[in-house]
Design a protein around this ligand. Structure first.
Ligand SMILES: [Zn+2]
Length: 337
């Protein structure tokens, strides 16, 4: 039976007295069940999830049979308008220079805090505190495969990761309690009655249909897991590629290729998450000295965890994405499942 979404707003008053009205949808099946939050764009340049949320609304309007969903396509509206991760960042400034404005370090927010903490608090009061399950949609750079981030110590978070159907899963430990603001995922996963996963849909800055479709499948599968939508989850062909919370659990399965000398790295038309066979061509370096071409082959059969030449802060700065490699720069990494 179709259910129409209701539009509502979380209202924050900023330090200068102006208001931020964050729009969200709420869909109530009218039946008992879990309350699922799906939010996107806590970081203003991570926009793939915004379209996932819009499409998931349509799925829920048609198919929700139990529980309730809260859908927030633009969690950090000021950062979205600023077109950067946090409102405090200027050109090429890394995420770490957040000066207290990294929204995903501010939960549950503070009505007397800085402007980001105030927006977080409004979302916590109007949305998050009503919810028992959370899918938090982010994006990282194009050089690292899309992945589910889940908490191995929360059984529900594990179950969520196992139906999300994103090839890579990164298991995380419970974060240290700093007494400061926390991540929304930790807010849910530290409570035995609640659970969350994060999905990083690569890359940032753009919206790609393939990634949006993967995000929509994940959200729909979660609703099926919780009995909110009928049907079996649509799972992946082949195994998950899992990375442990520490490198011991995957270091013998993760094969990294670094540039042995400087040169221009030319990719061989692959993408992160692609399956590669041992010996398959991954790309070549054009060495400046002698203009020699040096090819790189996959050192193992597995999935591309990283692909392309990049350096730190490639998520905010174009030169860090430049394919001219110095010796030691990352070119690719293959993970055996
Ligand atoms: Zn993010």
């Amino acid at each position: 039976m179709p259910h129409e979404a209701t539009l509502d707003h979380a209202v924050a008053t900023l330090t200068d007295g102006t208001e931020v009205r964050t729009p969200f949808w709420r869909i109530d099946s009218g039946q008992e069940g879990e309350v699922l939050l799906v939010l996107a764009a806590q970081h203003g340049n991570e926009v793939q999830g915004c379209e996932v949320v819009r499409r998931f609304r349509e799925v829920c309007e048609q198919s929700l049979r139990a529980g309730e969903v809260f859908l927030v396509p633009f969690a950090n509206l000021p950062a979205l308008r600023h077109r950067r991760s946090h409102i405090s960042l200027g050109p090429e400034q890394p995420y770490g220079d957040d000066r207290g404005h990294n929204m995903n370090r501010t939960w549950p927010g503070d009505p007397e805090g800085n402007d980001t903490e105030r927006v977080t608090h409004s979302l916590h009061e109007a949305v998050a505190r009503h919810c028992s399950r959370c899918l938090d949609l982010h994006s990282w750079s194009r050089f690292t495969a899309s992945a589910t981030l889940a908490r191995g110590d929360n059984e529900l978070s594990v179950a969520m990761a196992e139906v999300a159907a994103i090839r890579f899963i990164q298991w995380r430990n419970r974060p240290d309690d700093t007494g400061q603001g926390t991540m929304i995922g930790a807010l849910f996963n530290n409570d035995p009655a609640r659970a969350a996963i994060t999905i990083e849909l690569a890359p940032q800055w753009v919206i790609r249909d393939k990634e949006v479709a993967a995000g929509l499948r994940a959200a729909t599968n979660l609703a099926k897991l919780f009995g909110m939508i009928d049907g079996e989850p649509e799972l992946l062909d082949g195994p998950y590629a899992e990375l442990g919370p520490d490198s011991d659990s995957h270091q013998d399965r993760l094969h990294e290729i670094k540039a042995p000398f400087s040169g221009l790295f030319v990719e061989a038309g692959l993408e992160t998450s692609d399956h590669v066979e041992e010996g398959q061509l991954l790309g070549h370096l054009i060495r400046v000295e002698g203009l020699e071409t040096v090819e790189f082959a996959a050192p193992a059969t597995g999935y591309l965890h990283q692909y392309g030449c990049f350096r730190p802060n490639c998520d905010v700065a174009l030169p860090s994405q430049h394919p001219y490699a110095d010796g030691g720069d990352a070119l690719a990494a293959v993970l055996e499942p």
